[in-house]
Design a protein around this ligand. Structure first.
Ligand SMILES: *[C@@H]1O[C@H](CO)[C@@H](O)[C@H](O)[C@H]1NC(C)=O
Ligand SMILES: *[C@@H]1O[C@H](CO)[C@@H](O)[C@H](O)[C@H]1NC(C)=O
Ligand SMILES: *[C@@H]1O[C@H](CO)[C@@H](O)[C@H](O)[C@H]1NC(C)=O
Ligand SMILES: *[C@@H]1O[C@H](CO)[C@@H](O)[C@H](O)[C@H]1NC(C)=O
Ligand SMILES: *[C@@H]1O[C@H](CO)[C@@H](O)[C@H](O)[C@H]1NC(C)=O
Ligand SMILES: *[C@@H]1O[C@H](CO)[C@@H](O)[C@H](O)[C@H]1NC(C)=O
Ligand SMILES: *[C@@H]1O[C@H](CO)[C@@H](O)[C@H](O)[C@H]1NC(C)=O
Ligand SMILES: *[C@@H]1O[C@H](CO)[C@@H](O)[C@H](O)[C@H]1NC(C)=O
Length: 867
C-alpha cells in the first residue's frame, strides 16, 4: 500500500510537471487552424445525390463542358459522356470501350507489370481538341496511345497515335496536361527510365525541359497545371503563361534536412519556341520556385503538394490558387491548405536566382545578363529587336540554362495555412466564388479526402470554417477528382468505383433560422420560413444570412426544433433528459427553473454530457423545469424543455392506468450495492482509489499529450522519427468540438453508430493506462426530433465503454483546456474496473433504461411531446 502510494505521488508529480510543461508551449496556433466540421453527414443522409457507375473502375479523368451539359469521364478501359443535369439518369449515358488488346496485356505482364491494376488502358488525358473532336490518351497496358473522339457520334477515330511522349506508362504516375489554343502541354515522368519533363507536344517542333548540365526537374511528381492569360490588356505586351505544380526531390540544401522533397511551382511562356543554337527546342522561359506551406513558429513544413486549384480573376495577376499539402511520410496523415497569389509567384520569378557551385545551391549575387533570362518576350524585348525566343542572345540563354531555380520562396498569403488538419488526408480541392447576401465574394472550398469524405468550407478573413463534412461513399475510397458545375450548381466527384454528383449546397438541411445562419453557408439564407438557396428565391429582401459572424439576424431563440416533454419519475430513479446537439460546434447549457445549473459534482446529483443531462437518484427537490440550450457563436438557442415531476409516494396498482404486467413484476430488481448512486468516497480506501485513478488518468493523459508533442516537434525535424507518428495519438480519431464534455449516456447508440465510431476511432490503444475514444458530437444526419420516450433496444457493448464515474464531472474541463479537440471516454486499465467506484457504461445504461421502462409504466400521464 505504501509503495503504491509513493508511486502514485511520483506519478502525480510527473503528470503535473508534464502538463505544465505542455501549457508552457504555444500550442494555440495549430489548434486554431485545426477546425472541426460543424456538422457530420453520413452516407445515408446525403440529399440530392446522383451516382454513375459501370463495370469499369478508376473514374479519375473528368472533363466538364458545362454549356453543352456534358460531363466526359475517362475511366479504366472506357470513356463516358454523361448528362450533367443527372449523371445517373437511366439510359442517358454514352460509352466508348477502349481497352488494350489481349496481346498488349500479355506484353505488359511480361514486362513484369501487375495484370490486376496496371495492364489496362487507364484514360489519363481527355480534352477538347476542336469543335468536333476530343483528344484522348490512355496508358494502354504500358504502351501509351492517343486518339480523337468524334463528339457527335461518340466514337473513336480510326487513327491511333503513339502516346509515349504525351501520357505516362504508369497509371499512378503524377501527370498533368492541357490544351491551350490548340497547343498541347503535358508534364510527367512518362516512363520510369526517362527524366520528368514539361513539354509542348503540339504543334511541332516539341519544346522540352533541359537535362544538362543541371537537371531542371528531379523526380518530379506533377499534380496540376494552369493557364494565366497575362497577355489580355497587358500594358507591356506580356505573354500568356502556363504554370505547373509538382513535388520534386530537393537539390538545394534545405534547412529542414529531414525532408527530401519540396513543393514547387514552375512556369513557361506560351510564346516560347526555344533558342536558336543554345537551348534549341528547350524552354528559354522555364523558372521554378519553392512553394512553402508551413506553420509559423513550429518549423513544421508540409512539403508534398497533392492538388491545386486556380481561382481566376481580372486582371490575371490577381488570380490566386489554393494548394493541398501533406507530408512525405505516408504513415503520418496530416493536411494543410495554403493560398497563394499569382502576383507573389511572379515577384519571386523576378527576384534573385539560385546557382549551383560545387554541388551546393546558393543565391547568385553576380551580374544578371540583359535582357533578363527566363523572361517572356514583351514590348521591351521587341524594342531591342528581339521578336521571339529564337532571337535571344546566347549569353542570356546560357544563364537561363544554369539558373532554373529562384532563391526566394513563394510564401502563402497570411504567411500560414488557412487550414491545418491532423489525421485527415486531403487529396483534392475545388473552389467556387460566391457572392453572399452582404455583397462580398466568398470562396467556398470543396475538399476531398483519401477516405471518401468531402469537406465543404468557407473562407472568411483568412480563416476556414468547415460548414459540413459529408461521407460520400458507402465504402471507404479516395476522392480522385473534383469538378464544379456553376450551371448545374453541382459538384462531380470521381472515385475508383464511380462518379458522384452532389448539389453545391443543401440548405434545406438547416431547419431553423439559427441553424441556417450558424452554418455560415454563403449559398443559403433564411427566408422567414425555410433555409433556402439564395438563387432559388425571387428577391433578396427579407433574407437573413451572416457569413462573417454567424450569429446575427435571427430573432426568436426558441423557434428551433425544440423538444417539450413532461416526465414523471419515482424518487431514487435515474433520469436521462436527452438533448442531442446537431452541431459539433455547439455546447450544451442547462437551466433548472430558469437558473443556470452549475456544478455537476459528485453530490449534486447531476451529470451533463453531449447528449443530455442525467439525474442520478432523483430527489423531490429536483422537480421542476429543465431547459437545454445549445450555445453556438455566443447565442443560446433553446433545444429542449423538460418538466420533471419526482414522485415520492408509491403508485398503487389500479390507481393510475392499469399496468400491463402483474404488480409483482414491476419493481425491477434494484441494482446491487456497488451501483448505488455514486456516493462520495468516505473511507480512506475509497479516497485512495480515487487518488490513484486520478493519477492514472492524468498520467495517461500526459502520455498521450507527450506523444502529440513529440509528433509535432520531431516530425518537423527528423523523418526517421516521424515514422513513429504511427503510434501517435489516434491517427484515425475524429476531431470534435472544443466544447465537448464527457459523454454520459447515449440512448441512440445503435449498432451503426457504434460501428462508425469503431471505424473512426480505430483501435487506439495507448498501453496500459487509458484509452481515448473520439468525442462524438452529433452523428445522426437526420434532423429528427427526439422520439417521445423511445423504446430502446439494449445497446451493443461500446468499444471501451467504461470510465471513471466519479471523476467524470471534473475531467472534461481539464481535457478541454489541454486540447481544443475533445477526447471523451476514458477507460481504466482492467485491474481498475474491479474497483467498486467504476462500473460499466453499458451496465449503467442498461440500468437506466430498465428504470425508464419502469418509470413509463407508472406514469399516469404519458409524456407529452411537441416539436
Ligand atoms: C453500381 O453501384 C451500385 C450502387 O452502389 C451497386 O449496387 C452496383 O453493383 C454497381 N454496379 C457495378 C456494375 O459495379
Ligand atoms: C494475371 O497473371 C497471372 C499469372 O502471372 C494469371 O494467373 C492470372 O490469371 C492473370 N490475371 C488476369 C486477370 O489476367
Ligand atoms: C477536328 O480535328 C479532327 C482530327 O484532326 C479533324 O478530323 C476534324 O476535321 C477537325 N474538325 C474541325 C471542325 O476542324
Ligand atoms: C480589357 O480592357 C477593356 C477596355 O479597357 C475592357 O473593356 C475589357 O473588359 C478588358 N478585358 C479584360 C479581360 O480585362
Ligand atoms: C522583329 O520584327 C520587326 C517588325 O515586325 C522587324 O522589323 C525586325 O526586323 C524583327 N527583328 C528580328 C530580329 O527578326
Ligand atoms: C483503380 O481502382 C482500384 C480500386 O477499384 C484501386 O485499387 C487502384 O489503385 C486504382 N488505380 C488508379 C490508378 O487509380
Ligand atoms: C422560403 O423558401 C422555401 C423554399 O424555397 C419556399 O417554399 C417558401 O415559400 C419560401 N418562403 C417565403 C416566405 O418566401
Ligand atoms: C419550458 O416550458 C415551461 C412550461 O411550458 C415554461 O414555463 C418555461 O418557461 C419553458 N422554459 C424555457 C426556457 O423556455
Amino acid at each position: 500500500m505504501d509503495r503504491g502510494r509513493m508511486g502514485a505521488r511520483l506519478a502525480l508529480l510527473w503528470s503535473w510537471l508534464c502538463i505544465s510543461a505542455l501549457f508552457g508551449l504555444p500550442f494555440t496556433p495549430t489548434l486554431d487552424m485545426d477546425v472541426t466540421p460543424r456538422t457530420t453527414v453520413l452516407f445515408n443522409g446525403l440529399l440530392g445525390s446522383r451516382w454513375f457507375n459501370s463495370s469499369s473502375q478508376n473514374y479519375s479523368t473528368l472533363l466538364l463542358e458545362d454549356q453543352a451539359g456534358v460531363l466526359y469521364v475517362g475511366a479504366r478501359g472506357a470513356i463516358f459522356a454523361l448528362v450533367t443535369r443527372d449523371i445517373g439518369a437511366a439510359g442517358s449515358s454514352r460509352t466508348i470501350n477502349w481497352e488494350a488488346s489481349a496481346g498488349q496485356k500479355l506484353q505488359c505482364l511480361n514486362k513484369g507489370r501487375d495484370n490486376q491494376t496496371e495492364c489496362f488502358n487507364h484514360i489519363r488525358f481527355l480534352q477538347r481538341f476542336n469543335e468536333t473532336h476530343l483528344y484522348v490518351c490512355g496508358t494502354h497496358a504500358f504502351r501509351p496511345m492517343c486518339t480523337y473522339i468524334d463528339v457527335d457520334h461518340f466514337t473513336l477515330s480510326s487513327g491511333f497515335e503513339d502516346g509515349r511522349e504525351k501520357c505516362p506508362y504508369d497509371p499512378t504516375n503524377g501527370y498533368t496536361g492541357l490544351f491551350v489554343d490548340g497547343e498541347m502541354y503535358t508534364a510527367s515522368q512518362y516512363d520510369f527510365r526517362s527524366s520528368p519533363d514539361i513539354r509542348r507536344n503540339y504543334p511541332y517542333p516539341t519544346v522540352k525541359t533541359e537535362e544538362g548540365p543541371i537537371r531542371w526537374l528531379l523526380e518530379a511528381n506533377f499534380v496540376g497545371s494552369a493557364l494565366v492569360r497575362d497577355s489580355v490588356n497587358s500594358s507591356v505586351g506580356d505573354d500568356d503563361k502556363i504554370y505547373f505544380f509538382f513535388t520534386e526531390r530537393s537539390q538545394e540544401q534545405s534547412p529542414f534536412f529531414s525532408q527530401t522533397r519540396v513543393a514547387r511551382v514552375a512556369r513557361v511562356c506560351k510564346g516560347d519556341w526555344g533558342g536558336l543554337r543554345t537551348l534549341q527546342k528547350k524552354w528559354t522561359s522555364f523558372l521554378k520556385a519553392r512553394l512553402v506551406c508551413s506553420i509559423p513558429d513550429y518549423e513544421f513544413h508540409l512539403n508534398v503538394l497533392r492538388s491545386v486549384f486556380l481561382v481566376e480573376a481580372q486582371p490575371a495577376q490577381s488570380s490566386i490558387f489554393y494548394g493541398v499539402f501533406g507530408l512525405e511520410w505516408t504513415n503520418v496523415k496530416t493536411s494543410a491548405i495554403c493560398r497563394y497569389s499569382v502576383e507573389d509567384v511572379q515577384k519571386t520569378f523576378d527576384g534573385p536566382f539560385m546557382e549551383s557551385q560545387e554541388s551546393k545551391w546558393i543565391e547568385y549575387t553576380g551580374k544578371v545578363p540583359e535582357p533578363r533570362p527566363g523572361s517572356c518576350i514583351t514590348d521591351a524585348f521587341r524594342a531591342r529587336g528581339i521578336n521571339s525566343s529564337r532571337d535571344l542572345p546566347d549569353e542570356v540563354l546560357n544563364f537561363a540554362r544554369r539558373h532554373p531555380l529562384m532563391s526566394r520562396h513563394v510564401r502563402p498569403q497570411e504567411e500560414r495555412p488557412l487550414l491545418f488538419k491532423r489525421n485527415v488526408g486531403y487529396t483534392q480541392i475545388a473552389v467556387r466564388r460566391v457572392t453572399a447576401l452582404d455583397g462580398r465574394p466568398y470562396h467556398v472550398l470543396f475538399i476531398g479526402t483519401d477516405e471518401g469524405w468531402l469537406h465543404r468550407a468557407v473562407e472568411v478573413g483568412g480563416r476556414v470554417h468547415i460548414i459540413e463534412e459529408l461521407q460520400l461513399f458507402e465504402k471507404t475510397q479516395p476522392v480522385d477528382r473534383l469538378v464544379i458545375s456553376p450551371l448545374q450548381r453541382s459538384i462531380y466527384i470521381g472515385s475508383p468505383t464511380g462518379v458522384l454528383q452532389l448539389p453545391l449546397s443543401t440548405c434545406s438541411r438547416y431547419t431553423s433560422c439559427f441553424d441556417c445562419i450558424f452554418a455560415r453557408d454563403p449559398f443559403c439564407a433564411w427566408n422567414g420560413s425555410a433555409c433556402a438557396d439564395i438563387e432559388s428565391q425571387p428577391g433578396r429582401s427579407g433574407l437573413i444570412q451572416d457569413i462573417l459572424k454567424g450569429n446575427r439576424g435571427c430573432k426568436n431563440t426558441k423557434d428551433g426544433p425544440t423538444v417539450f416533454r413532461v416526465r414523471s419519475v419515482m424518487a431514487g430513479d435515474d433520469v436521462l433528459l436527452q438533448c442531442e446537439l446537431r452541431s459539433n460546434l455547439a455546447a450544451p447549457r442547462w437551466t433548472f427553473n430558469g437558473r443556470e445549473l452549475q456544478g455537476y459534482g459528485l453530490d449534486s446529483g447531476f451529470r451533463v454530457g453531449t447528449d443530455g443531462l442525467l439525474l442520478i437518484g432523483a430527489r423531490a427537490e429536483q422537480s421542476g423545469h429543465y431547459a437545454c440550450f445549445a450555445v453556438e457563436n455566443g447565442v443560446h438557442v433553446l433545444a429542449a424543455n423538460y418538466t420533471v415531476r419526482v414522485r415520492t409516494e408509491t403508485v398503487q396498482p389500479g390507481e393510475s392506468a392499469p399496468p400491463p404486467f402483474p404488480a409483482t413484476e414491476r419493481p425491477l430488481p434494484s441494482p446491487p450495492a456497488p451501483l448505488e448512486p455514486v456516493p462520495l468516497p468516505q473511507t480512506f480506501r475509497n479516497m485512495e482509489t480515487v487518488y490513484i485513478s486520478l493519477v492514472a488518468i492524468l498520467g495517461g493523459l500526459c502520455l498521450v499529450l507527450s506523444v502529440v508533442l513529440l509528433y509535432m516537434s520531431f516530425s518537423a525535424r527528423t523523418a526517421r522519427r516521424g515514422k513513429r507518428g504511427q503510434q501517435g495519438p489516434g491517427r484515425n480519431e475524429r476531431k470534435r468540438s472544443s466544447h465537448m464534455e464527457l459523454k454520459t449516456i447515449s440512448s441512440r447508440c445503435n449498432g451503426e453508430r457504434a460501428e462508425r465510431d469503431e471505424r473512426m476511432a480505430g483501435a487506439t490503444t495507448v498501453d496500459g493506462l487509458l484509452q481515448i475514444v473520439p468525442g462524438e458530437g452529433q452523428a445522426s444526419p437526420s434532423k429528427d426530433s427526439l422520439p417521445p420516450a423511445p423504446p430502446l433496444p439494449a445497446p451493443p457493448p461500446l468499444p471501451s465503454s467504461e470510465y471513471a464515474n466519479g471523476l467524470s464531472a471534473t475531467l472534461p474541463s481539464v481535457l478541454r483546456k489541454m486540447n481544443g479537440n475533445s477526447y471523451v471516454l476514458l477507460r481504466q486499465a482492467d485491474s481498475d474496473t474491479t474497483s467498486p467506484l467504476y462500473h460499466s457504461f453499458t451496465e449503467e445504461l442498461n440500468r437506466i433504461l430498465e428504470k425508464r421502462k419502469h418509470t413509463q409504466l407508472v406514469t399516469s400521464q404519458p409524456d407529452e411531446s411537441s416539436v
